[in-house]
Design a protein around this ligand. Structure first.
Ligand code: 3SK
Length: 519
C-alpha cells in the first residue's frame, strides 16, 4: 500500500476519492439517505460552520452522538477543518463526560438532542468545579425547541456555504481522539492522526475484508468505537460503498430488521451479538438476507458460534482483534481461510511479536504478551506520559493481551495480562464495579471476576459480602450499579458469600473465586 502524501487530510481524501460517485448512496440512516454528493456538500458546509464559530486547528470538540449521517458529517467536517473530534461512547454518565470535556479541553460539544440533558449535567458539574471551555453546543436530530444558545445541526449546516478548501493538515497531525479505558485510573485520550484512518482502511478494509463499491455495510458496533469507526465510516467510504447506520441498540430484532429490509452484504458484530442472534427464534432464513461476508472483533469468537453462523447463513465470520491504540484490526482470519477458534494471522502491513517475561519472543505454542508494529498506532495518550511510554514502545505497541501461535502461524487468544474484562466487546474494569458496589449501604465488600457462559463468552460476576444484619437482593444491587455507572457495566451475576477469600495480608484472592467458578 502506497503511503499517503505528507500533507494529508482524510476528509479531503474521501471527498476526492468519491468525486465521480455523485448519485450513489453513501449513508442510509433511520431518517433517510445521503448520496455521495450530498455527503460531500454537508461535510464542507459543516467544516465552514466550525471555522465560522471560531474553532481553530487542533482544538478539540466533543462528539457525543448516536449513529446517524450527522455523526459522519460532524466527524468528517471537523477533520476537514483541522478541528479534532473527540468521539465518545453514548452509554456513559455525566461524570464521565465531565472528565472527558475537561481532559480534552473541548471548545464545543456536538450532541444528539436526546443526550442534551446528560451533557448539560456534565457541564453544570464542571461549572460547579471551576468552569469549562465549551463555547458552543450543536444539537443533532432535535424534535423539540432547543434551549437558548444551542445550535441546530441541520440549520447550522444549511446556513454556511461549503468550505472551498480543507485544512492543509499533515498526515501525522492529531486528527481525532477516542478514549481507551484501563483497569485503574481515568480513561485515556488516545490521539490518532489523519493518516491512521487511511492505513486501516487500506490494510484491513480493502486488502483483508475485500470491501467493494457494490457493498452495503452494516455495523452493530457504533461509530464511537474504533471498531465501528472503521467498519461504518472510513472503510466503506474509502471504496464508495453504502453504509446502514442505526441509532438504537443493536438487539437481534433491530439487526434482523436491517438484514431483511436494507439487505446489507457485509455485517460487523461482536461475538455476544452473534450468539444472541443465533439464539433468537426470529433469526431470518438464509434466503431473506443478502450477506456475503461477516466480521467479528471485540472478544474472541467461540468456534461454535462461528460454525453455527456459517451453517445457517452459508457465510464466514472473519474474526480478528484490534485495539483503540492501533485504531483497527491487526490480526485476523481471511475470507476463504477461516480457522474458527483462532484469530488468524497478522494483517499484511502489521507485524506481531509474542514476548515472554524476559521480553524475548516465545516459541510456537507458548503463551506470550502480544506486541504489534504497524503504521496506524496512536501518537500517545493525552497528558499521560507514563502510560504512553508503557504502551507505545518505539515501533511496537503493547496490546495487553496474551496469545499463542501455532506452527502454521495461526494465533489464539489466551487472556488479558491486566484485570480488564471484555463484556460484549466492551472493556469493563472489575475494580470500578467493586468500588461502586461497596457504596451500597448494605455491602461490606465485593470482588468482581469474569465468568464464562455456556457460549464461551465472558460475563461479569460479583461476589458480595453484606454488612452484619443488612439485606439486599441481586436485582437491587444490579440496579444500584446501573444507576451509578454506564449501565453496560453492571454485574450480570451476583453471589452472596459470608466472606471473600484473602491472603494473610488481606488481599482478595480473585484466583480462588475464578477457580470456584470453574468448578
Ligand atoms: O476489540 C477489538 O478487537 C477492536 C477491533 C477493532 C478496533 C478496535 C478494537 C478495540
Amino acid at each position: 500500500v502506497a503511503p499517503p502524501p505528507e500533507r494529508f487530510n482524510f476528509a479531503r481524501h474521501l471527498l476526492e476519492l468519491n468525486a465521480g460517485r455523485e448519485g450513489r448512496t453513501a449513508l442510509i440512516d433511520d431518517q433517510g439517505t445521503l448520496t455521495y454528493v450530498q455527503l460531500g456538500d454537508q461535510v464542507r458546509r459543516f467544516s465552514a460552520a466550525l471555522t465560522a464559530l471560531g474553532l481553530r486547528r487542533e482544538e478539540r470538540v466533543l462528539l457525543l452522538m448516536h449513529d446517524s449521517s450527522d455523526w459522519v458529517v460532524a466527524f468528517l467536517g471537523a477533520l476537514h477543518a483541522g478541528v479534532v473530534p473527540v468521539a465518545v461512547n453514548t452509554l456513559l454518565t455525566a461524570q464521565d463526560y465531565a472528565y472527558m470535556m475537561s481532559n480534552s479541553r473541548a471548545q464545543a460539544a456536538l450532541v444528539s438532542a436526546a443526550l442534551l440533558p446528560t451533557l448539560q449535567t456534565a457541564l453544570d458539574k464542571l461549572t460547579a468545579q471551576g468552569g469549562h471551555e465549551v463555547k458552543h453546543i450543536i444539537a443533532s436530530r432535535s424534535t423539540n425547541a432547543l434551549p437558548d444558545g444551542v445550535h441546530h445541526f441541520t440549520t447550522l449546516v444549511g446556513s454556511h456555504a461549503p468550505a472551498a478548501e480543507a485544512a492543509d493538515t499533515h498526515g501525522d497531525e492529531p486528527a481525532f481522539w477516542l478514549y481507551s479505558s484501563g483497569s485503574t485510573g481515568a480513561p485515556k485520550g488516545t490521539v490518532h492522526t489523519q493518516a491512521n484512518l487511511y492505513w486501516t482502511a487500506e490494510l484491513y478494509g480493502r486488502n483483508v475484508l475485500g470491501l467493494r463499491e457494490d457493498d452495503v455495510v452494516f455495523s452493530a458496533a457504533k461509530l464511537f468505537f474504533a471498531y465501528g469507526l472503521g467498519n461504518a465510516l472510513s472503510f466503506p467510504l474509502s471504496v464508495g460503498a453504502s453504509v446502514v447506520l442505526m441509532a438504537e441498540r443493536p438487539t437481534p430484532q433491530a439487526c434482523f430488521k436491517r438484514f431483511t429490509e436494507l439487505k446489507p452484504t457485509v455485517f460487523y458484530g461482536a461475538p455476544t451479538g452473534y450468539g444472541g442472534m443465533l439464539a433468537s427464534a426470529d433469526l431470518p432464513k438464509r434466503n431473506q438476507v443478502a450477506l456475503r461476508l461477516c466480521s467479528s472483533a471485540g472478544e474472541a469468537l467461540p468456534q461454535d458460534i462461528g460454525q453455527r453462523w456459517t451453517d445457517h447463513f452459508g457465510v464466514e465470520i472473519i474474526d480478528g482483534i484490534g485495539s483503540t491504540e492501533m485504531l483497527h484490526v491487526f490480526l485476523s482470519n481471511r475470507p476463504g481461510d477461516v480457522r474458527y477458534g483462532t484469530t488468524g494471522k497478522p494483517v499484511p502491513g502489521y507485524e506481531i511479536e509474542l514476548r515472554g517475561e524476559d521480553g524475548q519472543p516465545v516459541a510456537d505454542g507458548e503463551i506470550g504478551d502480544l506486541y504489534i508494529k504497524g503504521p496506524s498506532a496512536a501518537l500517545m495518550y493525552w497528558n499521560n506520559r507514563g502510560k504512553s511510554r508503557d504502551t507505545f514502545q518505539g515501533d511496537w505497541t503493547k496490546a495487553g493481551d496474551k496469545y499463542t501461535r501455532d506452527a502454521d502461524g495461526y494465533c489464539t487468544y489466551a487472556g488479558r495480562n491486566d484485570d480488564m474484562l471484555k463484556v460484549s466487546g466492551i472493556y469493563v474494569s472489575p475494580f470500578e464495579v467493586e468500588a461502586t458496589l461497596v457504596q451500597h449501604p448494605a455491602v461490606l465488600e465485593a470482588a468482581v471476576i469474569g465468568k464464562t457462559d455456556a457460549d464461551g463468552l465472558t460475563k461479569t460476576k460479583a461476589f458480595v459480602v453484606l454488612k452484619a444484619g443488612a439485606q439486599a437482593t441481586d436485582t437491587e444491587l444490579q440496579a444500584f450499579v446501573k444507576e451509578k455507572l454506564a449501565p453496560y457495566k453492571y454485574p450480570r451475576f451476583i453471589e452472596f458469600l459470608p466472606e471473600l477469600p484473602k491472603t494473610a495480608t488481606g488481599k482478595i484472592q480473585r484466583f480462588r473465586l475464578r477457580e470456584r467458578e470453574a468448578g
